[in-house]
Design a protein around this ligand. Structure first.
Ligand SMILES: [Zn+2]
Length: 186
């Protein structure tokens, strides 16, 4: 059976264009329903594609500057991102925020405010990962020292009104920054 991905404009990296055989029994009778589930006619496997939760954190200095970071890895290596990353298995989203900010900037976070979320398609090694990027704002003191590490090469401290959106890595991050500006900048 031919995979049913022709009706929608999926990228070549969409799993319906990548998966060719049932991962359980190896059958070629493995089809995508055009939305989110693969089914195997041979063994009955039903495999659901679900978005991956991720966090994007706006670290806001008391004086109004925020922190952006240059991406160390593909996709969009070298472009500006918000600190953050994927939620681990069995992890609370709130703990992802704390873990990522500690890993990437060596800053300890205690309080955070959820401001909204945006979906994103993140292509890595030829495979699309659909994410749900959840945005949080965390206030940090003006004397907070940033030590860039892990998935970023360096941190950029910037006033939100000075951001060049052409330098921002993903549309979801652009949307988060614009939402932040609407909500937090008077
Ligand atoms: Zn099967």
């Amino acid at each position: 059976m031919k995979l049913d991905s022709t009706k929608k404009n999926f990228k070549p990296s969409h799993l319906s264009n990548v998966f060719r055989y049932c991962p359980k029994c190896g059958s070629k009778d493995f089809s995508f329903n055009g939305e989110k589930v693969f089914s195997c006619l041979t063994c009955g496997l039903e495999y659901y594609m679900n978005p991956a939760p991720a966090v994007a954190v706006i670290l806001q200095y008391t004086d109004g500057h925020i922190v952006l970071a240059h991406r160390k890895h593909e996709p969009r290596k070298g472009m500006l991102d918000l600190p953050g990353g994927f939620v681990d298995m069995n992890e609370r989203v709130e703990d992802t925020v704390k873990r990522e900010i500690w890993e990437e900037l060596a800053v300890k976070i205690d309080k955070m405010e959820f401001i909204g979320s945006f979906p994103n398609e993140y292509v890595f090694n030829g495979i699309s990962y659909f994410t749900c990027d959840m945005a949080f704002v965390c206030e940090i003191a003006n004397d907070t020292v940033l030590n860039a590490a892990d998935d970023i090469t360096d941190a950029v401290v910037i006033r939100p009104e000075d951001i060049d959106y052409n330098q921002i890595c993903f549309p979801s991050i652009v949307n988060i920054l614009k939402l932040y500006c609407v909500k937090f900048l008077k």
